[in-house]
Each structure stands twice: as structure tokens, then as C-alpha cells.
Design a binder for this molecule. Sequence first.
Ligand code: EPU
Length: 338
Amino acid sequence: MIFKNISLKKYNTFGLDYNADCFISIKSEDEAISILKKRGSLKEPLFILGGGSNLLFTRDFHGTIIHPEIESIKIVDKTQDYAIVSTGAGVIWDDLVRWTVENGYGGLENLSQIPGMVGATPVQNIGAYGVEVKDTIEKVRAISLKDGSIREFSNEECMFAYRNSIFKGELKGKYLITNVSFRLTTYPLLNTIYGSLKEETEKLGPVSLITVRQAVINIRTTKLPDPVKVGNAGSFFKNPVVSESFALVLRQNWPKMPYYTDPSGDIKIAAGWLIDQCGWKAKRRGDAGVHENQALVIVNYGKATGEDILKLSEDIRESVLEKFGIELEREVEVILST
Ligand code: EPU
């Protein structure tokens, strides 16, 4: 289905009211292939928009937006130990997580309530509460925007890293993800190591897929704003990775600074804490502001523009650089011009 001059307001969780010249919703892989084979007739540039939960538009989009609405959840293989669940790119992520928990499949429960759609999850390797989606992805099926050919990527080929993958790197803008397969456990293998998750889970009863999911939802609800009520895109910046020697210097000056050592040995500093220390928490500039419970989240209270939000984020970045000598990198993708 092709629409002209459509408002993107309901397609981005910041709730920004910019228009796209052309918008195509795609309901099946075959439809995607036939549209992409006629790419010459589409207004360039092309942009793939999933749930719009990690995006900041700053102006109207003078090109073609492709919105995958492929919806299906299917078990394609099952043994005593695991199930492979094949999922359409247009399934709402948390609908999938709920389905896996209700059906007793483990692996996604810590990623409960993350906004967005399944197709976007491998792109930035979403993560929360000690789990990243790369831990369960079996393969990603995608169509080349160049010629409509299909390619399947193994987990290794996706080149996953912290909030990163090949789809954000060398293949950025080159593929439309249509389907993601997950390898889930058929027995509980629960991970409640992160922060207060264990404590919150135990309050709800014996540790199970259901109680872990509910605990994650409870923690997220207290810390993070609901994009349905107030525009936001979750963490605006990534947690910066620094060298061990620099972390040591920082810790001498700021003994309370939270940090984590990755399994890879990298030291990650909590960007929310850095921003908070610069006095930004709960600050508001017109309708753009910093969330009151989590300084890593920038919110749109209603009428902020993409430019307002971008300007606020740049000022935040500058003050963190000045105070700590750390350059924050955006997690949110900013669409600057077309
Ligand atoms: N902190 C502050 N002040 C703040 C915010 C945080 O002092 O305003 C401190 C906290 O007290 C804590 C530390 O910073 O000691 C880390 O905070 P938190 O546990 O809330 O997690 P985070 O590192 O800020 C990351 C992810 C979130 C994910 C949570 C939970 C990134 C960029 N963000 O946040 O992901 O939900 O961990 O696992 O990695 C997202 O990507 O959109 C997102 C929300």
C-alpha cells in the first residue's frame, strides 16, 4: 500500500509531526520483493522505518519510507532443549516477548517492554537487564534494497556488538529485514544478576519466566517514561566505553561513579550518571526535557521539534565532555536531511 504526503507522528515514539513524501507499508516478503524490483520508480532516498522507537526526525522526509508490517510468529523447530521461533519483522517486540513467556520459552524475558518492532531489534542489538538480543538470534532474513534478492545472515554474520551490528555499519541502508529467528530454551535458564532484578523478582514469588518478565516491567515502569504518554526514544546516548587507565583516573575523582566491566573486558560508564552529575536531570527547555528518573532519556512534553531535542542533546554532550572529558555517542539515529 502506497501513501503520499503522510504524517509520521504516529510512526515515531518522540511523537514528532513531520511528513514523508511517500510511505509504503509492506505486508509480506513477496510484496517487498516486487516493490524493490521496481526501485527505479520509487522516490529516493529510501528509508526503512520499524517502530520508530530509536529515531529522531528533524525535518520532513523527502523520499520513500518503507514500513514492514509482516506479522507472524511460528515455531519452526523444536527439541527437548530449544525451540526456534521465526518471527515477522512487523510483530511488535513486546507481543513476541509476552508470547514466549506465556508459552514457556526462555531467553527474551529480560527484554520485556522495550518499544519497537522485531525487525529493528537485530539492527541495534537491543539490550536490557544483562541480556542482549544477540544472545538468542539464530538468523536474520533480509531483502537487498538494491535488487530485491534475499539473504540470510547467521548470528556471526550479523557482527553484533553493544547496540551495534552489520546493519548499522557496512550494510546500513542496504537491506530490509523481513524475518528474525530466535533460539529459545524450553527449560528455565533465568538471568537476574543485573542490579535490583533479583530482589524485584523474588518479591513476586518463585523465580520464573513470568515473574522475571513482571519484575522487568515493574522496574522499567518506575524508571522509564511510557512513549504512549510522553514522547521519548529510551536511552538517547550509549554508555561510553573507556580504557582501564582512564576509568581509574575517573574513579579517583568520582569514587561513586557506576561502571561495569563487560565480558569483553571493556569498561562501560553509566552515561545517565554522567549526565545527572552535570545537573541535567528533570531540566526542561520549552517542551524538550531530560526525564526526571533517568537522565539518559530525553523527552518531548508535546510541542518540541526534532531540532529542539537535538539542540538539547548537543548541549548535554558538551557539558559531559567539559566535566568528564568523555564524548557521548548517540544511540538514537538522527535523520538530518534528505
Ligand atoms: N544513574 C544515575 N542517574 C540517572 C540515571 C542513571 O545516577 O539519571 C545511575 C544509576 O543509578 C545506575 C547507573 O547509572 O547506577 C545505570 O543506570 P540504569 O541501571 O538505569 O541503566 P543504564 O545504564 O542507564 C542501560 C540501557 C537501557 C536499559 C538499562 C537496563 C544503554 C544506553 N541503556 O541503561 O536501555 O534498559 O541499562 O538494562 O545501554 C535503551 O537502550 O533505550 C535503554 C533504555
